[in-house]
Design a protein around this ligand. Structure first.
Ligand code: ADP
Ligand code: MG
Length: 398
């Protein structure tokens, strides 16, 4: 297994490199994690339920305030120098590449009336990029948290998350839900975060895998199929069409008990068969979140395995957002004795999760890697998702 959660850059090194870059020491260092979603996929734009956990992998930001309107951004992970911008000139969809994520946060803060007068920021991250593990949300949340502390803005963790989402939606131009930022901002160690995306009601659900002798493996397929680009918007439109045809505001409003009748109504009304499938996925996945919560609350973590498998089948056959590599992770892991597995995140590549007995984790990881080799795919990245803390200040220590 490859576990790259440990930062390549220590806090001392980050402080030193910031000082060398900008000519003065940072005022502090903050960290915000990537996340993986346990269950509840493509539910967040239907006002539904999700259940992410924070990864031990984090984006860290060394930051110092400026009062002259300058915003200077640097990432140790991106070749190229400092990106220098002026806060009053920040405008949505104006490019800036990777720097649009932290710049978007500054823009969103200022749009909301917060007096952010400039900053020097250096970022460094261990969250795998583009693997569906929310490296982008980690960047947004760490930036927002640092500026919230330094400018004493008094924002709560959920407010920071919503602001990060606004940066990504309106400034960068990516139509994501709020799950990623909420996970990065609000998760706690040893828990999964039950989140009702309608009103951001949340609850920490015990998910201490080690105490149960279990591991949750993340398998990064390291592929990203182009098909995914238009799929999100298409699924979203299909879900909205389904809700409209059923005369409800969002699919969240359809109780699981009424799903069968609703599907018949849609079919009888001549609704597109894809809409029928999407409705079935969203309503059943919301139900699976509730099932998993009940199991975790009861301490029966192993019983969540089959629910993960059902979630995968639904994403593969009803929503049709899986791909051969993700399906291979699930089939190979289960054949090697996993308790359950599913794709996680947007699909068409990215990552899958596998629930395993700690004692068989290495065997299962090896079986998945061998299945990839046999199928002619490059080796996947595999690491345990230890449920970790949400965003926090790491230096100076509070
Ligand atoms: P994901 O959030 O699933 O990892 P996204 O496509 O949403 O994938 O976000 C990835 C983008 O976020 C990268 O292309 C880059 O622009 C930015 N990013 C993530 N991590 C870093 C980093 N450490 N330094 C600079 N930019 C980063
Ligand atoms: Mg992202």
């Amino acid at each position: 297994m490859t576990d790259n959660a440990e930062p390549a850059v220590s806090l001392t090194e980050l402080t030193a490199s910031f000082t060398e870059l900008y000519g003065n020491a940072p005022e502090g260092i903050w960290a915000a994690p990537g996340r993986v979603n346990l269950i509840g996929e493509y539910t967040d734009f239907n006002d539904g339920f999700v259940m992410p956990l924070a990864l031990p992998h984090t984006a860290r930001a060394a930051v110092a305030r400026r009062t002259d309107g300058q915003l200077r951004l640097h990432s140790t992970d991106v070749p190229g120098g400092v990106v220098s911008l002026r806060v009053e000139e920040l405008a949505p969809h104006s490019g800036h590449g990777w720097a649009a994520y932290p710049a978007g946060v500054v823009w969103a803060l200022r749009e909301a009336g917060h007096p952010v007068t400039g900053a020097d920021i250096q970022l460094t991250s261990t969250v795998p990029v583009g693997a569906g593990l929310s490296s982008s949300a980690a960047l947004e949340v760490v930036t927002a948290l640092a500026l919230n502390d330094l400018f004493q803005l008094g924002l709560s963790a959920p407010e920071i998350a919503v602001l990060g989402q606004r940066a990504e939606n309106a400034f960068v131009g990516v139509p994501c839900g709020v799950m990623d930022q909420m996970a990065s901002a609000c998760c706690t160690e040893g828990h999964a975060l039950y989140l009702d995306t309608r009103d951001l009601t949340q609850r920490q659900v015990p998910f201490d895998l080690a105490a149960h002798g279990l591991q949750l493996l993340v398998v990064d397929t390291r592929v990203k199929h182009a098909l995914g680009d238009g799929a999100y918007a298409e699924r979203r439109a299909g879900c909205e069409a389904g809700a409209r045809a059923l005369g409800i505001g969002t699919l969240r409003d359809l109780p699981y008990e009424d799903l069968g009748a609703a599907l018949e109504t849609l079919a009888a009304a001549g609704e597109d068969e894809s809409v029928v499938r999407y409705v079935r996925h969203v309503v059943s996945d919301n139900h699976r979140v509730e099932q998993v919560i009940a199991l975790l609350d009861a301490g029966d973590v192993r019983a969540a395995g089959p629910v993960l498998n059902e979630g995968h089948v639904s994403l593969r056959d009803d929503l049709r957002v899986s791909c051969p590599e993700l399906d291979l992770v699930v089939s190979a892991a289960n054949a090697a004795g996993a308790l359950g597995a599913r794709m996680t995140g947007g699909g068409f590549g990215g990552s899958a999760i596998v629930l395993v007995e700690e004692a068989t984790a290495d065997t299962v990881a090896k079986a998945v890697s061998e299945a990839f080799t046999s199928a002619g795919h490059a080796a996947p990245g595999v690491f345990p998702a230890v449920p970790s803390a949400g965003a926090l200040r790491v230096a100076p220590a509070a």
